[in-house]
Design a protein around this ligand. Structure first.
Ligand SMILES: [Zn+2]
Length: 127
């Protein structure tokens, strides 16, 4: 099962080079729980553009999940100053990439990224 003879599983492009996208580590360097169904159960095949967008979505989702942990309980990666800065920078980068691409991302809307950036900005940066 190391080849996929079909099309991109996100946009349906055929004939182009496809890359197997498999979640390894998350944005904060933690391995995904491979037993949970929502994680890395089925590697998918995406064209170059979609796999790039899939990466952006993954980082966006990881940062959003850590943001939700803030204030609810301790142990959010974003309570560390370095990770917080890295996450803010990454969101800006994701936004810039989304603005710069011709087609909308199949996975991520610029609106959602803007919202998360605004929510991050309401926080005081931890030290
Ligand atoms: Zn695609």
């Amino acid at each position: 099962m190391d080849s996929w003879s079909g099309s991109c599983q996100a946009c349906g492009t055929q004939g182009g080079p496809l890359m197997k996208f498999s979640l390894g580590k998350d944005f904060f360097g933690r391995p995904y729980d491979r037993l949970s169904p929502s994680s890395d159960q089925n590697p998918k095949w995406y064209c170059t553009l979609c796999s790039m967008h899939k990466n952006l979505q993954r980082d966006f989702r990881d940062i959003g999940a850590e943001f939700d942990k803030l204030g609810v309980r301790h142990g959010s990666e974003l309570s560390k100053g370095d990770e917080f800065r890295r996450a803010s920078l990454r969101l800006q980068e994701i936004m810039a990439i989304l603005r710069g691409t011709q087609q909308p991302s199949p996975f991520l809307s610029g609106h959602d990224v803007t919202l998360l950036m605004e929510r991050l900005n309401t926080l005081t940066m931890p030290v």
